[in-house]
Design a protein around this ligand. Structure first.
Ligand SMILES: [Zn+2]
Length: 259
């Protein structure tokens, strides 16, 4: 296992997931090391736009592509990593939740996620406990695939009292607000968030100037923005630190990014 590092001072953290309690080393997807298991859930919350089985299979292939890419990156960094084949919910018939979060800014986002977990029959930490017992998984993350169009987002553990400990990302079949399609790179980007990675593009208080610095330092990093392809995407030292592959003087890296 990668050596654990102290969390950076909270005031240094980009506020994309306010209130930020460092999502690294917390929740169900702590660091991207060891035996990791992804649970894919196919959801339609608009009766007009259900999933076809073929579209689900296409999405699962993109998840496998993202995992293969992560394995190649882990090899470069010398990080121990293994993916247990994904488990699925809603493969035969879409899951239709009563409530679904509209965006990561939706104040009911945590309650919606709790409701979906209960509807699946795995409330609280039970899904993680099952994966740990059944697959010897060390990390578990859930990918919620929505049949609708929207802007994909991650729900890493944030420490908020209502925040669900089981970490999940919402991935829309068609993207709104991103110029890329729902490809393996986008799925990899959201998965990285769940293991602690931060966005490296202008969003919230992460400024245009910081984005320029990030693009200059780490132009191919998976977190510099939604990417068109995994082929050229990499894990920079900054993101490697965030996901537990690298142990630099973290504040030095962050200071570089801050310019
Ligand atoms: Zn992001």
């Amino acid at each position: 296992m990668a050596e654990k590092v102290a969390s950076p001072r909270l005031e240094l953290a980009p506020p994309c997931y306010e209130p930020v309690v460092d999502s690294r080393d917390t929740g169900s997807a702590r660091t991207l090391t060891g035996r990791c298991h992804h649970v894919c859930v196919f959801i339609s919350h608009n009766l007009q736009q259900g999933w076809t089985r073929r579209a689900k299979d296409d999405m699962l292939e993109k998840v496998r592509a993202a995992e293969r890419w992560a394995l190649r990156q882990a090899e470069v960094w010398g990080a121990p990593l293994e993916f247990i084949p994904a488990s699925c919910f809603g493969l035969e018939g879409d899951i239709r939740p009563v409530r679904f979060p509209a965006a990561h800014t939706d104040p009911t986002v945590h309650e919606c996620w709790a409701g979906i977990l209960a509807q699946l029959g795995w409330p609280g930490r039970t899904l993680f406990e099952w994966a740990k017992a059944h697959h010897q998984a060390e990390n578990v993350a859930v990918l919620l695939f929505s049949s609708a169009a929207g802007r994909s987002f991650a729900m890493p553990f944030c420490g908020h009292p209502s925040c669900q400990w089981l970490e999940a990302a919402v991935i829309y079949r068609r993207q709104v607000g991103f110029s890329v399609p729902t490809n393996g790179a986008l799925i990899a980007h959201e998965i990285m968030h769940l293991y602690g990675a931060w966005d490296l593009y202008a969003e919230g208080d992460f400024t245009q100037q910081q984005e320029k610095i990030a693009q200059r330092l780490y132009p191919s990093d998976i977190m510099v923005g939604p990417l068109n392809t995994l082929r050229t995407a990499t894990i920079s030292p900054f993101t490697a630190w965030r996901i537990g592959w690298h142990h630099p003087a973290s504040t030095v890296l962050f200071q570089r990014l801050r310019g």
